[in-house]
Write a protein of this length. Sequence first.
Length: 307
Amino acid sequence: MIEGEKSFHRTPQKKTSGPAGIRTLVTGSEGQTFNSVDLNEYMSILSLSGISKQWLSTIKSTLEEFLHAINYDISNKEQVLHFLSAYQQKYSVSSYRKRLFQIKKFMNHYHQEWVSSIKPPKEPHYQSKYVSDNDVDRLLEYFNGKNQQKRYRAFIKLGIDGGIRAEELYQLRPEDIDVENRIVHINHCPEKNQTTKMKQSRITFFTEDTKREVISYLQEFNNGSGLKRLFEKYGMTDEFRNAPLQAKMLRKYFSQRWTRCNGNTAVKKILMGHSTRNDVDLQHYNAQSTDDLKTVYDNVMSSQHPR
């Protein structure tokens, strides 16, 4: 044992081989305890599923907090339930559901099947906020005169024109933007720390008006700006903290504006990267080329006044 490393009681356990030779641990009758080696082994297995480094870090922090609180004994139902009860008060329903899912997944991996009886709370009813043209105009005005104004304008314009998630905007690289053809490549490439919610790459587009904003910003970015990322997450979130509209609302504006202009719903789903799991048409029949998508996009967006 390395000096200074915390040790934990481990009951005798039988090692067996799981799928693809992955070792699994079968608990003894007295319970099961863990140390950092076990957690790192589990995280290595989890990383093979294509999860982003950022979300892996969040999962690991969640599990470390969980294991520490229950004294690293996942078979102790009383301690586990006490932790989850307190944990539920700490987060919103949505955040708690995500973290509970990861804790249950971890425990199931180590054969604590009893956790399947723990049900997450239902998601509360959600009423989407209406985002108007005036809301976007106020946001653009808010960043006028600010340092790196061109950066914020390009970020906003790409968001409202392409229906891109804020997290996807933060991950964009210069080579992902085809300025000439007005195409944004939104890549699911975990090894480059680029991920999408549906774990699939896609494309979306932007208007001629936004093209001018992007060109202006890229010229600044590539000529001594000192910036390492187009839209570095923590700097952007700090600047948006007191803005009249949050970054995640840009995507909502695109969706609402598209609908108000009678845009094709199937094309909107494709551009926004929505799940097609329950859409038989999109799953099995409705395939569109890049040119087809762009034609529909331009027809819809040309009917709107540029922001």
